[in-house]
Design a protein around this ligand. Structure first.
Ligand code: HAM
Length: 412
């Protein structure tokens, strides 16, 4: 049986095949994400992987809706596997926001599902670090969140030579659209054309823009001007004060595909342009209100960073550590009459916090020692009798004989 296309098997290192993913890398990435989020005062939340289909069809926009995994459950409900976390977060916040002081700063690491065309950096399942800040309109919140995004990449050893945050604003594009005589009803359509400028041919973009009364030349001139709006300038100044100036640039080519963004938007890219977006986010000041049917109105912003592109980038830049997780102790059982007391020793050492292994069944002494070496243990321990244990440091080859109850003190 083969696994489904676009899905991944995660194996412990060393990897058995180039076609599988590393469970150790995944764990390493999750740990770094959690560490940085906590430093910024973000709390972890989670929601269900299945949601009512409607949560996404009305709120996320065409592109994501076209990629939904959806079905009818046995109770005849329309269900979708979550393609993104933001609508779930908005639903959760709207339900219990009174219990939390504002601004709410939360993060999550959901597994998400999108029926995408498989390509480099895009699969049908990925894990996505989400960090969102709810209840603050000031651009200081945008700067704080972008600083978190930058530090989430810096923690892996990536520098401003490796990646850049392309900062933009839907407000700026909204003004451009209005001043150019655009019809409000076609605003999202216009945003979609801008979003695809880099992917579509100039002829195709020109044709679509002309239909809305705009020219590609004017759009390009606006992008090239790159003049920050007052709001974007305040974010740049805030980030510069932290010493993060080199990690951001104004780039109006970014507008984001999702329907709910309302203001500042941004995406993280590798500088060499070899990979798809590493992360993306922005302000969505109307989503909580929309999802709560007008009951709760809270401004919000956030970003999502997937594990797929990040893993590829860290690998390409040599930023992944070596993963072997050596055990602390291997308890040798060469005399089967001592198995009972050896099991007690194994159990006590594990309770004391050591990683301990031993032969499950009677095994020849040389095979046991080989196994200990394969596991890269620091020490072996072998009971001489029911009172004394012989502990050997495999690196220094020093050996001590200790009382069984005292064994843990010799494993430093
Ligand atoms: P998004 O741009 O759709 O935003 O996804 C964010 C990131 O998730 C992407 O930059 C990419 O790293 C990763 N990603 C997305 N789709 C795939 C895929 N098919 N395969 C691998 N990686 C993928 C959102 O999802 C927003 N909800 C983010 C957000 C949070 N905005 C506000 N708060």
């Amino acid at each position: 049986m083969e696994r489904l296309p676009g899905f991944r098997d995660f194996y412990p290192e060393p990897l058995p095949h180039t076609d599988v993913w590393s469970a150790d890398v995944r764990q390493f990435i999750f740990e770094q994400w959690r560490t940085v989020a906590k430093r910024y005062g973000f709390r972890e939340y989670d929601g269900p992987p299945l949601e009512p289909l409607e949560l996404f069809t009305t709120k996320s926009g065409e592109e994501i809706v076209g990629q939904l995994y959806n079905f009818k459950d046995k109770g005849d409900r329309e269900i979708a596997l979550r393609p993104e976390m933001t609508p779930t977060l908005a639903r959760m916040v709207a339900a219990h926001e009174r219990n939390y002081k504002k601004p709410i700063k939360w993060f999550a690491i959901p597994q998400l599902f999108r029926y995408e065309r498989q390509q480099k950096g895009r699969l049908r399942e990925h894990f996505q670090f989400n960090a969102d800040l709810i209840g603050e309109t000031d651009p200081a919140a945008d700067a704080e969140l972008i600083a978190l995004l930058i530090d989430t990449l810096r923690v892996f050893g990536l520098t401003s030579e490796d990646f850049v945050i392309r900062l933009s604003s839907r407000n700026a594009w909204q003004d451009f659209f209005k001043h150019g005589g655009g019809d409000c009803a076609h605003e999202y359509e216009f945003f979609q054309i801008i979003d695809k400028l880099e992917r579509n041919s100039p002829e195709e973009s020109e044709k679509k823009l002309t239909a809305l009364g705009f020219s590609l030349e004017k759009v390009n001139a606006f992008i090239e001007s790159g003049t920050p709006t007052v709001e974007l300038q305040s974010i740049l100044t805030n980030l510069a004060a932290r010493g993060l100036k080199d990690f951001v640039k104004i780039d109006y080519k970014v507008i984001r595909g999702l329907a709910y963004y309302t203001g500042v938007v941004f995406e993280a890219f590798d500088r060499k342009g070899e990979f798809r977006a590493i992360a993306g986010g922005g302000r969505y000041n109307n989503l909580v209100k929309l999802i709560s049917g007008g009951k709760v109105d809270l401004p919000a912003l956030g970003f999502g960073m997937g594990d797929v592109v990040l893993s590829e980038l860290l690998k390409a830049r040599g930023r992944l550590p070596k993963f072997d997780s050596p055990m602390d102790v291997f308890v040798l059982i060469e005399d089967e009459t001592l198995r009972g007391i050896s099991l007690k020793l194994v159990h006590d050492l594990r309770a004391a916090g050591f990683a301990v292994d031993y032969p499950l069944t009677p095994t020849k002494a040389d095979k046991q020692f080989k196994r200990a070496q394969d596991l890269k243990v620091a020490h072996t321990a072998r009971l001489d009798n029911d009172a004394y244990v012989r502990i050997r440091n495999l690196k220094t080859r020093d050996e001590v004989v200790a009382g069984v109850a005292d064994a843990a003190n010799h494993l430093g």
